[in-house]
Design a protein around this ligand. Structure first.
Ligand code: HEM
Length: 411
């Protein structure tokens, strides 16, 4: 018997394709934390699931860049589809670069994406949310994902980048495809479609960049084009890659905070009622919702050296999944009620939902701002909000959240 199987078990400890996993992956994570916190999967990758270990791995300097070249768990399929060529979706974005390239890209993007520029968006975000809530009030019963959780973060990032409204629909479709590159894809057709979406979205971004160079405006894209550090600027290919990253990171994650967060609150009506009673709880509640159901469930690294974690040696060149969602429920760190939603939990902001180390989410302040505006206004406008129908999950393992969330505004 290998270490990776348990007596009487013939399925791997971690099986994201198992029935029910997309709805509720937490029992599998709990088992991993207890029985094999550093686990070598028979498919040739590793999972790390305890809070302390996930934090250590993300801060360790293990590589993100190597993910594009090192054989991943599904690389046999890529070879079949692409021959020698490995798809390089997002390869020039900061999320896929190690220092020193990462340091340089992040510094330049940070010049344009500043805390001050994010805070300045508050009134516009409130205006967008109020418009969406008006629509919800009128209809009474809606799918909250399609009327609020998705369109809000999309509108915010599309406006920030100065995207022409005529491109919005196509950009939505393409980024919906491109985001699948963060999931374990086994369908060759889908792999090709992702690659094509990357090319087409890159062309749209290139056109926008060319246009903005001629027509600078007060927006993030113009600021990215002009960002400069000691005479260094982003070249066109680098700009395109950062724009694609911002599009996807800007909405395909926050949708899960808003949709999954609302679902969690409505499943625990006492917690929603607490926000209705005391809006001052909202900022802390956003942290707890991020902890309770991580909008990004895992983050991947390749070891550059052998690494010993929790007494287990992971070899050099291993593909390791840091399961953020599991770390956020680790009772060793959070205590016995780790599986409970408590909007007044102390220290909830120490979750790892935004990652840790040099790749810590650059858009965390924007995501928090959107979460605060939404939950504050939702609770004040619809104190009787309730679930009203079956939830459908988006079926994703990593950027996991509800795809359909039927709610009613009346008790
Ligand atoms: C990186 C989560 C919203 C932009 C990350 C990472 C995580 C994350 C886990 C690190 C990935 C890794 O270490 O491999 C989230 C969550 C969000 C969110 C949970 C919403 C609830 C946003 C928004 C933006 C954004 C709104 C921008 C508009 C970025 C960027 C990076 C990043 C640019 C790359 C940082 C780097 O590589 O240095 N995010 N994100 N994110 N995020 Fe977010």
């Amino acid at each position: 018997m290998s270490e990776s199987t348990l007596p009487g078990q013939d399925v791997p400890l971690f099986n994201p394709f198992a029935e029910g996993f997309a709805e509720n992956p937490y029992p599998q994570y709990a088992r991993l934390r207890d029985e094999a916190p550093v686990y070598e999967h028979p498919l040739g990758f590793w999972t790390v699931t305890r809070y302390a270990d996930v934090s250590a791995l993300l801060r360790s300097g293990a590589s993100v860049e190597e993910r594009n070249v090192a054989p991943g768990p599904l690389s046999y399929l890529r070879e079949e589809v692409y021959g020698d060529r490995s798809p390089r979706v997002g390869g020039l974005s900061m999320l896929d670069r190690d220092p020193p390239d990462h340091t340089r890209l992040r510094k330049l993007v940070s010049k344009a994406f500043t805390p001050r520029s994010v805070q300045a968006l508050r009134p516009r975000i409130a205006e967008l949310v109020d418009g969406m809530l008006d629509d919800i009030a009128e209809r009474g019963r809606v799918d909250l994902v399609s009327v609020l959780a998705f369109p809000l973060p999309f509108a915010v990032i599309a406006e920030m980048l100065g995207t022409p409204p005529t491109d919005h629909l196509r950009v939505r479709e393409l980024s919906g495809l491109l985001v699948r590159s963060l999931e374990p894809v086994v369908d060759p057709e889908l792999l090709r479609a992702i690659e094509d979406a990357n090319t087409e979205l890159g062309e749209i971004a290139a056109d926008m960049i060319a246009w903005k160079r001629r027509n600078p405006a007060d927006d993030l894209l113009t600021a990215l084009i002009g960002a400069e550090e000691d005479g260094d600027v982003l070249d066109d290919d680098e700009l395109i890659a950062q724009v694609l990253l911002l599009y996807i990171a800007g909405h395909e994650t926050t949708v899960n905070l808003l949709g999954g967060g609302t679902l969690a609150l409505l499943r625990e009506p006492s917690q929603y009622a607490a926000l209705v009673r005391d809006p001052a709880l909202v900022p802390g509640a956003v942290e707890e919702l991020l902890r309770y159901d991580s909008p990004v469930q895992e983050s991947r690294r390749i070891t550059l050296e052998p690494m010993t974690i929790d007494g287990v040696e992971i070899p050099k060149g291993a593909f390791v999944m840091a399961v953020l969602a599991s770390a956020n429920r680790d009772e060793r760190y959070w205590g016995a009620d780790a599986d409970r939603l408590r909007v007044d939990r102390e220290g909830a902001r120490h979750h790892v939902s935004f990652g840790a180390g040099v790749h810590h989410c650059l858009g965390a302040s924007l995501a928090r701002l959107e979460g605060e505006v939404v939950f504050e206004r939702l609770a004040s406008r619809f104190p009787g909000l309730r679930l009203d129908g079956d939830v459908e999950w988006n079926g994703r393992i990593n950027l996991r959240g509800p795809a359909v969330l039927p709610v009613s505004t009346e008790p």
